[in-house]
Design a protein around this ligand. Structure first.
Ligand code: FES
Length: 81
């Protein structure tokens, strides 16, 4: 989805929703298309991976993709800040 002009990927871990910028820090791969395992999404292009809850890059925790707060509303709608 696009929020304020940014492409954002929405993930669900259990009953929690998380939103991260959808562009991998390497070459902009679409994180929303990557496999998820134990709370980590892996970019489908070259394998860089990110903690979904924080956006922190697994290979280099000093950097990461931006995360956005998610609010759930009635009828399953959600929004981000
Ligand atoms: S674009 Fe994501 S790992 Fe290369």
């Amino acid at each position: 989805m696009v929020v304020s002009g940014r492409h954002v990927a929405l993930f669900r871990l259990g009953d929690q929703f998380h939103a991260l910028d959808n562009m991998c820090l390497d070459r902009g791969g679409p994180l929303c298309d990557g496999p998820i395992e134990r709370g980590v999404v892996t970019c489908p292009w070259h394998g860089w991976s990110y903690e979904i809850a924080t956006g922190t890059m697994v290979q280099d925790p000093r950097v990461g993709v931006s995360r956005h707060d998610v609010r759930m509303a009635r009828y399953g709608r959600c929004s981000t800040d």
